[in-house]
Design a protein around this ligand. Structure first.
Ligand code: ZN
Ligand code: ZN
Length: 137
């Protein structure tokens, strides 16, 4: 796979990054930890070759949380707005990039829904619910 340059930022705009890497996988993860930490039904994570993330701005706002449980789990986020940001996992073999943090339009397609059995009981009803451009009238 070829290298791709990705750029991203947090919601409040404090943290901006760029990284050139090779994408290995793109997963929607429905596990309990991902649901808790995103406050949503799943996390959208791009798994890439370990590569140096260039923090264009906001380095001082970045916080890292390593889940103390048995299953290795990490979140790196902006301490101002809480947005997820790229991080190297604990074993150092994978760079995780939260897909929602990317700016710009990349030709990326999720490969798998992982931890499918753990998905929220309301997930499938949610994706088939009526689609509205904004709040429903
Ligand atoms: Zn922020
Ligand atoms: Zn997960």
């Amino acid at each position: 796979m070829n290298s791709i340059k990705l750029t991203g930022s947090c919601l409040c705009g404090s943290v901006k990054y760029s990284v050139t890497t090779e994408i290995k996988k793109f997963y929607f993860c429905h596990c309990e930890q991902c649901r808790k930490i995103t406050g949503s039904s799943f996390a959208s994570n791009i798994l890439a070759k370990p590569s140096t993330v260039t923090w264009v701005s906001g380095l001082e706002k970045i916080k890292r949380f390593d889940y103390p449980g048995e299953k290795s789990y990490t979140k790196v986020f902006c301490s101002e707005c809480g947005s997820g940001l790229p991080f190297l996992n604990e074993s150092g073999n994978t760079l995780f990039i939260p897909a929602g943090s990317l700016d710009g339009d990349y030709d990326l397609k999720p490969d798998h829904n992982i931890y499918w059995a753990d998905k929220a009981s309301w997930y499938e009803a949610g994706i088939s619910a009526e689609k509205c451009p904004e709040f429903p009238a």
